[in-house]
Design a protein. Structure first.
Length: 267
């Protein structure tokens, strides 16, 4: 009777040890795919591509802050404002004061809307008179050959839409490769950053886009020219953000559609 009890006890103990070993092995096997997946991800570099992977001459993808916060960060001199302007240019003319990083749209004799802009960096500024020959909403981006030669890693094409370096709108100047366009990085407004293009916030470029037409005269002043005399007029401050609106479907230039899920319009 005693031997039988001892034998039964040994069997039960061995059974428990066997069950424990089974659980341990099962646990190791369950972790193996995860560990293997991590190793493969490291081997094949599955890490997500960040915006800095494509630091083009004309901009990068949008930061995470809301458009309203980024817009509010602009200094007063770069915010859209009605000003008294000392110019003889006719109403309907765009004047770009390169050295002062501002753009004026003349709306009446002695009156203009002032916008903050980003302009060409050292060696890429230019001056002269052009006309707007084309306008595009959510333009596709085709980096010019000269830019690709400087930055071979750039994509050869990027479809229009949020995140595109050209932003929400573009106005093409003559037969040149220069444009007045939007940007998804408002921190570049007021700086010398581009390859010669003139950039505004997406909200401001949309406002300007809706005011101008094909054939609009564009005067680009030299970087070291005397700045135009301008002063804000009473009550000239203009809204820096559009009122909130519901999500909408936007049709991109390629015919594709994209849902704007923002709680307020960034453009």
């Amino acid at each position: 009777m005693t031997q039988t009890s001892e034998r039964a006890g040994r069997l039960i103990g061995e059974g428990r040890r066997g069950s424990f070993r089974t659980l341990v092995v099962a646990g190791i096997l369950s972790l193996t795919p995860f560990a293997a997946g991590q190793a493969m991800a490291q081997t094949l570099s599955f890490a997500p591509v960040t915006s800095s992977a494509f630091p083009s001459d004309d901009g990068t993808v949008a930061p995470n802050e809301s458009p309203e916060v980024r817009s509010a960060a602009l200094p007063d001199r770069l915010r859209r404002t009605m000003v008294a302007l000392d110019t003889r240019e006719a109403p309907g003319t765009i004047i770009i004061d390169t050295g002062n990083t501002v753009l004026y749209y003349v709306v009446a004799p002695g009156r203009a809307i002032r916008y903050g802009v980003g302009v060409g960096r050292e060696g890429f500024t230019w001056s002269g008179v052009q006309t707007i020959t084309n306008k595009a909403e959510w333009p596709d981006w085709h980096p010019p050959a000269q830019m690709i030669a400087r930055q071979p890693y750039l994509p050869r094409f990027m479809a229009g839409g949020p995140g595109n370096p050209l932003g929400a709108r573009a106005m093409y100047l003559g037969s040149s490769e220069y444009r007045i366009h939007g940007t998804n990085d408002p921190t570049t407004i007021g700086k010398f950053v581009s390859s010669g293009c003139i950039r505004l916030t997406n909200e401001d470029v949309t406002d300007l886009f809706n005011r101008v037409s094909i054939g609009t005269k564009v005067v680009v002043m030299p970087k070291h020219a005397a700045h135009l005399a301008a002063r804000p007029v009473a009550g000239g401050a203009m809204a820096s953000s559009m009122p909130p609106r519901r999500p909408e479907v936007m049709t991109l230039p390629s015919g594709r559609q994209a849902m704007n899920l923002s709680t307020s319009s960034p453009y």
